[in-house]
Design a protein around this ligand. Structure first.
Ligand code: NAP
Length: 537
């Protein structure tokens, strides 16, 4: 039977679609069946209109059975397939999601308050990542395990050698995700896990769980994956971590505070459960000095464009967004003026209005958090651009969780720890001047490890030297020179071929990076045997 929420998205006349007028309880999918929680549920809201959309609830779910079924039934069925067969299922998943894309856009606008381009970053980014792993997996062939490197002699006689193999872990992959990427956040983790032959239980962030739930529902309804392979639990995280067993893995994206709770959970500490953490990060953009005024201007233009884009895409709710902008002292004022001029063109408001460039934050909680963070940063910085004087387009400022972009600046970044420590998860960045390259690199290091830094310049040797200097403290260094101005993939865009994650404050995790992502879902073992035995492997 079609649920009220589904009906509104598919069959209802347009006047009913906006605003949504339903409070359907989204069911969870575990043990091969859809089960609604037995509690009243937590409401999800439209962050622009303030209307309640749907509810989520996990009360009363049999969690031990949910994990056992995924681990035993789902895991065994997935492992019975080869890498190429699982890759084909990823490809089939892509087709189902593409066919339902219009529904995802409606949900994203309603629940995340995103404009079309920002919805695409999440929805199409997720589908693209799945498609990439479908292709990569096809290349692995019809095998059930992977070899890792060549066999190595263990003694003088070459007959007895050691061969490392990678086999899928016989546990379940639990994903605990952040609110800002309900689509991409699921598929960037699920694609390598399912390709590896490891069943998935996803717990999306409550505020935006609808899109994740709907995508899983469409894929489950299409009957692509074996029973137990793909599961979703919406609502409270209570009791999830208690279910973890030694061969399970957890991949978490969210705040450093929650990450600390997960890291110290007894199941993780006592049962050696493997954990990957993607946490927050105060990412930077660095303009390198150039030899000529023309080169300086070319590099500055690239930086200004990217900083403005990063501040406004998804209203700055990207873990990879630029938070600190470093420019040579002599360029501080011109950089401030150029960024402010571009930000002034950003129209903010209801994403349903085609003229709006930047929609809302996902919730009132986030709006309050951004306001608080901004107020703290403002104590220590100058306001170089404040878009809040311009009225919202098609949105009521009293209801909508919209906030205009703000560029802050400090001329004393050395003595201003707050600008290196505080991540405001919204359209906010801080400009700061530096004296020379050692000073710039030292300031960037004040972030204590980030997901990404971007470099802008025209001198290839200087850019590569700076990139290598920053590589130990960043998961990714994105270098933008005029020759790749029209080619580069964007400071904040996470490409499946490249590593995502960062050391230190960023959580110490690693995701994606092409086939490297499969390592997390495999166990490596050394098989020591005669070359005759190893030849059979
Ligand atoms: P959060 O409060 O830590 O929540 C993240 C997830 O953890 C949600 O699904 C949440 O569920 C769940 N959770 C909360 N308490 C938990 C507990 N005690 N045990 C287990 N799970 C628990 O983070 P957020 O505010 O949603 O996300 C924003 C932060 O994520 C930002 O700081 C951002 O930098 C970071 N982030 C990082 C990345 C990255 O890839 N590195 C990507 C995106 C975001 P509920 O929603 O039900 O509370």
């Amino acid at each position: 039977m079609t649920s009220p929420a589904d009906w509104l998205l598919t069959s209802a006349p347009p006047f009913l679609k906006e605003p949504f007028v339903t409070t359907a309880l989204l069911p969870n999918f575990t043990v091969g069946q859809w089960t609604s929680g037995t509690g009243p549920g937590t409401p999800l809201f439209d962050p622009v209109l303030g209307t309640e959309l749907v509810r989520v609830d996990a009360t009363g779910l049999d969690l031990p059975e949910a994990f056992r079924f995924a681990r035993d039934t789902g895991g065994a069925a997935l492992r019975a397939l080869t890498y190429r067969q699982r890759a084909a299922l990823l490809g089939a998943t892509v087709k189902v999601l593409q066919a339902n894309r219009a529904v995802y856009e409606d949900i994203s606008v309603a629940n995340s308050g995103t404009v079309k381009a920002d919805t695409a970053v999440d929805v199409d980014g997720g589908i693209f990542t799945l498609g990439t792993y479908a292709k990569l997996g096809d290349g692995l062939g019809d095998v059930h395990h992977l070899t890792d490197g060549d066999a190595a002699r263990l003694g003088k006689d070459p007959l007895f050698q050691s061969q490392h193999v990678l086999v899928p872990t016989r546990g379940v992959a639990l994903f605990i995700n952040a609110f800002n990427f309900p689509s991409w956040g699921l598929w960037e983790k699920a694609a390598p896990a399912l390709l590896s032959g490891v069943p998935v239980i996803v717990k999306p962030a409550t505020a935006t769980a609808w899109l994740t739930q709907r995508m899983v529902k469409d894929v489950v309804d299409a009957g692509i994956w074996p029973a137990g392979a793909l599961n979703i639990i919406c609502g409270s995280s209570a009791g999830l971590l208690d279910q973890l067993q030694p061969f399970d893995v957890v991949s978490f994206t969210g705040s450093a505070d929650t990450a600390a709770v997960i890291r110290s959970h007894p199941a993780v500490v006592q049962r050696s459960v493997r954990v990957n953490i993607e946490a927050d990060s105060v990412n930077s953009a660095l303009l390198l000095p150039s030899a000529s005024p023309e080169d300086t201007q070319a590099a500055l233009d690239l930086l200004v464009k990217e900083v403005t884009r990063e501040m406004t895409v998804k209203s700055g709710q990207k873990c990879t967004a630029i938070r600190r902008v470093l420019v040579p002292e002599a360029l501080y004022d011109s950089a401030a003026a150029a960024i402010a001029a571009r930000l002034a063109k950003t129209t903010v408001g209801n994403p349903r209005n085609e003229s709006v460039r930047m929609g809302a934050l996902v919730s009132r909680t986030q709006l309050n958090a951004v306001r608080e963070g901004l107020a703290l940063l403002k104590i220590h910085t100058d306001v170089l651009h404040d878009g809040s004087a311009t009225p919202l387009l098609d949105a009521d400022a009293a209801t909508a969780c919209c906030i205009a972009p703000t560029l802050l600046g400090t001329r004393t970044p050395d003595t201003n720890p707050v600008v290196h420590d505080v991540e405001v998860f919204g359209p906010v960045a801080t400009l700061m001047p530096y004296r020379d390259m050692p000073h710039a690199l030292a300031l960037i290091r004040r972030g204590q490890g980030s997901l990404v830094a971007s470099l802008y310049g025209t001198d290839a040797a200087a850019l590569s030297a700076a990139a290598l200097e920053l590589a130990d403290s960043h998961g990714r260094v994105h270098v933008i020179s005029p020759d790749v101005a029209a080619l580069h993939t964007g400071h904040g865009n996470v490409m499946p071929q490249s590593l995502h994650g960062g050391p230190g404050r960023a959580g110490g995790g690693e995701e994606l990076g092409g086939l490297k992502a499969l390592n997390f879902y495999h166990r490596r073992s050394a098989i020591q045997a005669s070359t005759a035995v190893l030849a059979c492997i």
